[in-house]
Design a protein around this ligand. Structure first.
Ligand code: URA
Length: 224
């Protein structure tokens, strides 16, 4: 520490103190951001008595303040942002912000032209899924006879499944592929994760008006 060799593990450091270990700088990051390709069978929680949680998959990290931004169902796969940045999470999840979430949904039966038109109309106009208010306008694009890309701006409980249920369709598989500007890295197999790149952090914070994170709060260089 400042030229001194420290052997006392209880030593508290002042913010900004430069520390090296074997000649390499140790970096303190206030905020951390990870992208996880969530597999099926794990719950989007920080702790669970019975189920495996998404945080147990972020194996490199020992810090205890990480949490998933929003929830994916236990059987949903795909993009989940994991961070300790509460302010960013609040803004991404705030109902007024309408951050788009894009999903691939596989359905239990074929969609003919008539049903496709009804789905498009219903998703665009809003659907009564049993909540106080109908859903906000959403988009649907058919990718094959039983697969669709869906974009919603809300994050209600089981929302995509409940929207399809209005048409008597069951979602057999659901995968989130983007959240705002953040896209799932297709190079990540299910269960794998990586740190967000600096550009990705900038992109997601940029689209939340009035919210920026100075680069001094994160550093995606080399860590020891
Ligand atoms: N909609 C759902 O039905 N489930 C999810 O996990 C996410 C969106």
């Amino acid at each position: 520490m400042d030229g001194a060799v420290v052997k006392d593990f209880s030593l508290k450091l002042k913010e900004g103190t430069a520390v090296t270990v074997d000649g390499r700088f140790l970096v303190h990051e206030e905020f951390q951001y990870f992208m996880l390709n969530k597999p099926k069978g794990v719950v989007s929680a920080t702790e669970d008595k019975r189920e495996k949680t998404v945080l147990e998959l972020i194996s490199c990290e020992k810090r205890r303040d990480l949490f998933p931004v929003g929830r994916l169902d236990k059987d949903t796969t795909g993009l989940l942002l994991i961070t300790n940045d509460g302010a960013l999470a609040n803004r991404l999840l705030a109902p007024g912000k309408h951050v788009n979430k894009e999903y691939l949904a596989w359905l239990d039966r074929k969609i003919d032209d008539e049903l496709a038109a009804a789905l498009k109309k219903g998703f665009e106009e809003g659907l009564d899924i049993g909540d106080e208010k109908p859903t906000a306008p959403a988009e649907i694009e058919l990718l094959s006879e039983n697969e669709a890309r869906v974009t919603i701006s809300e994050g209600r409980y089981h929302q995509v499944k409940r929207m399809f249920a209005c048409f008597d369709l069951k979602v057999t598989d659901l995968k989130r592929i983007s959240m705002g500007k953040l896209k799932l890295d297709e190079g990540l197999a299910e269960g794998e994760f990586r740190r967000l790149k600096d550009e990705e952090i900038k992109e997601i914070t940029k689209e939340l008006s009035g919210f920026t994170r100075s680069e001094e709060f994160y550093y995606n260089g080399e860590y020891i």
